[in-house]
Design a protein around this ligand. Structure first.
Ligand code: NDP
Length: 799
């Protein structure tokens, strides 16, 4: 036993283990778990059981059921049957169930914290002080949303049965992030926990029974990736919400393509942690500890790339090395442990092999000197220097306690380095200068930015990524919207009768005689790229017919090359995003004005092409003018929010443009549909590459004369005519296209969704016809929501 004076000299910690007898007793009473289906324990239909072990000791904790197709069928059927009665409850009644769950979780906080630590290996300090309190907060917060859903989201309905798949790094917290909003919005769920960490979800199932939650509202099916895949493929699932690796996210994107399932993906990251030379370095060091050494670095938003301004790099690295030596790695149940065990040998091997690959490339690894525990799965906190932006360790998500440090000289270089990643989940910015910090926050491509802070989460703020970190948000008002669909989505407009188009290539000047009442110049409409009319790369055109079947003109037959040129032009026009919203509104008003001035021309054109009905055509032009004015009005009013998060922060939820949006127009209402899609996208600061209806492309090509005369900068709207499905596929595969809106009742949406898996661009696929002239269907907030992605910027205040 050390004497008090020895302890005072070393200031060392004694062991402070958290008691786990209760958990052991709970597990002993449940050596084999079944699934939780329709409110009951359910033995696996055929899959048998697998072992779940404590990564810190290797001890067997339990045997858990492997979910098979029959189990998923049963769970989805239970969720489907529970939908109608659950939705028939008032929001207030649903709120009471969520509130009951929150209360029960709160009463068992200690139980869940210890169970989570034993199952996952994370330090008890983290599960006790972060994971479980946030779980409780999520249920309370969403109990409130259940209460408000009808008044705050009018004209919306729940999505239906939600399949939810969560990873092992925050097992119960990810469950809460998914289950609470789904239930609040009136959905029912089938959740599959991660194979390594299913126990807290199974304990939560018991709470659902205790809370008297109606049967089938929450179902939990355990198993490995195969079980997850079965859930994804189930035809009665209306939405998939997934958190996990980008690779599996891609598989899910492909598997759900064309099924009409709503999809939310919260994927990997390689988040930058940027330290400017005026930062409080000691605070930044603590930020690093909370960022990359939190949960052993197994955090999707971990600040794994340290970018430090050259002037302070040596000092910061020195401080970090010193701080690293004070980290205590060991028994996760010990209350003084900072860094616990890695979740599984598979993950430990992955970290080891990536670090070895980095070493082979010349990376210098500085690791904690103290020995690691002899038993259990541990990896030392690691600081890597001597890497370049392209090296493996700077690009790959390691998902371990490994920080990669690089330096920069100027702010511009810092932003360039930070954004040099295929991911875009989070970023942390350290500077005492508010101008520098906020400017960086605005320019970073990330869904969450913490200023002088790291890894702050709250139920009131949305969380989710840009780029290959996925799409959709969890938490806050923006997260809830992902569990709802606009009610207008379900009204059935009359399907448009598709006229077949003959895309046979013809030389550009070969306009058939039928429409030539007098000798005329070549009337082949060109493409419109970068503010200029452009000949199609192929040199070919196709003939467009009028409503009687007579040739009405020719348009360019665009190809891959034209699409690439159009995307390049759109990307070059990025200044549009920086133009003030007031100025964008002015440009749109000007466009509306110019369309009105040419109303008769457009009326005649539409009538000739569509059905000869001049009155209907005039009404369409009028609706199009109003539609543009509508979005001119919105341009400076689609505000973000300041979220009321729990700690002392101003949490700004900013609506940001995606960048370049690809738009494939439908065949109905060729003018008003075109402007209904283009106007909201550009009003929000996006640039667009539009493929107009192949049946009526002449309406769109007439439109570029308006763009030319309305001060729309070149490259903001690009129009490529041709075969929609062919052009759409190229756009969907293009990595510089950030989002895709596919409106067409053909089966092109399915190919677009599958092809979008490359850079995981969100696809708004709308396979139902829309009554475009109706404001209820053809305009509104949903278009603006789809035109933006929410960035949450956390600005702490106070000393
Ligand atoms: P996965 O993406 O494989 O797992 C996430 C969840 O998806 C788990 O429940 C998993 O089941 C399930 N799953 C696996 N395959 C499929 C499939 N084909 N269809 C549907 N669901 C599936 O992550 P891993 O756990 O395998 O970790 C691998 C790497 O992913 C890590 O090293 C890390 O880099 C990254 N990762 C990122 C996370 C993030 O939040 N960004 C979270 C977890 C991991 P099961 O657990 O049974 O395999």
């Amino acid at each position: 036993m050390p004497a008090v004076k020895d302890i005072l000299r070393t200031m060392d910690y004694g062991p402070a283990p958290e008691a786990n007898a209760e958990i052991l007793a709970w597990l002993a009473a449940r050596p084999r778990f079944g699934h939780f289906i329709d409110g009951e324990h359910a033995d696996p239909a055929e899959g048998g059981h697998f072992e779940v072990r404590n990564p810190a000791t290797g001890a067997l904790l339990a045997e858990v059921a492997q979910g098979s197709a029959a189990d998923i069928d049963a769970a989805v059927a239970a969720a489907k049957a529970a939908l109608a009665p659950w939705q028939a409850l008032s929001g207030h009644a649903r709120a009471r169930y969520l509130y009951a769950l929150a209360r029960l979780l709160q009463k068992r906080e200690r139980f869940f914290a210890v169970l989570e630590t034993m199952d996952n290996g994370k330090p008890i300090r983290e599960s006790r002080d972060i994971d479980i309190p946030l779980v409780v907060r999520h249920f309370y917060h969403h109990a409130g949303w259940a209460e408000l859903i009808e008044s705050e989201f009018p004209q919306h309905r729940p999505v239906g049965v939600c399949g939810q798949i969560v990873p092992w790094n925050f097992p119960l917290l990810m469950l809460a992030w998914k289950v609470a909003p789904a239930l609040a919005a009136g959905n029912t769920v089938v959740l599959k926990p991660a194979e390594f960490t299913p126990l807290s979800a199974l304990a939560f199932a018991e709470l659902c029974r205790e809370a008297g939650l109606p049967q089938g509202v929450v179902n939990i099916v355990t198993g490995d990736g195969r079980t997850g895949a079965l859930l994804v493929e189930h035809p009665d699932v209306d939405k998939i919400a997934f958190t996990g690796s980008t690779e599996v996210g891609r598989l899910i994107r492909k598997a759900t393509a064309g099924t009409g399932k709503k999809l939310g993906l919260e994927l990997g990251g390689k988040s930058p942690f940027i330290v400017f030379d005026d930062a409080d370095l000691d605070a930044a060091v603590e930020g690093v500890v909370d960022s990359i050494w939190f949960n052993q670095g197994q955090v999707c938003c971990a600040g794994s790339r340290l970018l430090v301004q050259e002037a302070v790099a040596d000092r910061l690295i020195g401080k970090l090395k010193a701080r690293m030596e004070t980290l205590r790695v060991g028994d996760p149940l010990d209350k003084s442990t900072d860094v616990g065990a890695i979740v599984d040998t598979v993950q430990l091997e992955r970290i080891r092999s990536l670090v070895e690959a980095g070493r082979a490339e010349g990376a210098v690894c500085h690791q904690l000197g103290a020995p690691l525990p002899k038993e259990g799965l541990y990896f030392p906190p690691t600081l890597v220097t001597g890497v370049g932006p392209a090296s493996t360790l700077a690009q790959e998500e390691i998902f371990g306690p490994v920080l990669v440090a690089m330096t920069f000289r100027t702010q511009a270089e810092a932003i360039e380095l930070a954004n040099n990643s295929r991911y875009g989940l989070a970023a942390s910015v350290w500077s005492e200068n508010i101008n520098v910090a906020l400017d960086a926050a605005a320019r970073l491509k990330a869904g969450v930015v913490w200023i002088n802070a790291a890894n702050l989460f709250d139920a009131a703020a949305g969380f989710g990524g840009y780029r290959e970190s996925g799409f959709g948000r969890e938490g806050g008002r923006e997260g809830l919207a992902d569990y709802l669909v606009p009610a207008a989505d379900v009204t059935e407009a009359k399907p448009v009768r598709l006229r077949s188009v003959d895309f046979s290539a013809a030389p550009a000047a070969a306009l058939p005689e039928a429409v030539a009442t007098a000798p005329r110049f070549d009337r082949t409409a060109k493409l419109y790229i970068g503010g200029k009319q452009a000949r199609p790369d192929s040199g070919y055109s196709y003939t467009v017919t009028d409503h009687r079947g007579a040739a009405a003109g020719q348009v360019g037959l665009g190809n891959r090359k034209d699409i690439r040129n159009a995307v390049e032009a759109a990307n070059k026009a990025s200044a549009w995003a920086g133009v003030t919203a007031h100025n964008r509104a002015q440009v749109l008003y000007y466009l509306a004005e110019n369309l009105e001035a040419r109303a008769n021309d457009f009326r005649d054109r539409i009538a000739t092409l569509v059905d000869g009905d001049a009155k209907a055509a005039a009404a369409e032009v009028e609706a199009a003018v109003a539609r543009i004015a509508h979005y001119a009005a919105w341009a400076d009013k689609y505000d973000g929010l300041v979220h009321a998060t729990r700690s002392r922060n101003v949490t700004l939820a900013m609506n940001e443009p995606f960048g370049t949006i690809a738009i494939a127009c439908p065949d109905e209402a060729p003018l008003v549909a075109f402007v209904s899609l283009v106007a909201p996208a550009i009003a929000m600061g996006n640039r667009v590459v539009v493929v107009p209806s192949p049946v009526f492309p002449l309406v769109a090509t007439d439109f570029y004369q308006l763009l030319d005369t309305s001060d729309v900068p070149g490259g903001v709207v690009n129009i490529v005519t041709g075969e929609r499905s062919v052009l759409a596929k190229t756009l969907a595969e293009h990595d510089d296209v950030a989002a895709f809106w596919y409106f067409g009742v053909d089966d092109g949406a399915s190919a677009v969704e599958a092809a979008s898996a490359g850079n995981l661009k969100p696809v708004w696929a709308h396979a139902r016809p829309v009554r475009w002239t109706s404001p209820a269907e053809g305009q509104g907030r949903e278009f603006l929501r789809r035109a933006t992605q929410v960035k949450n910027i956390w600005v702490p205040y106070g000393e």
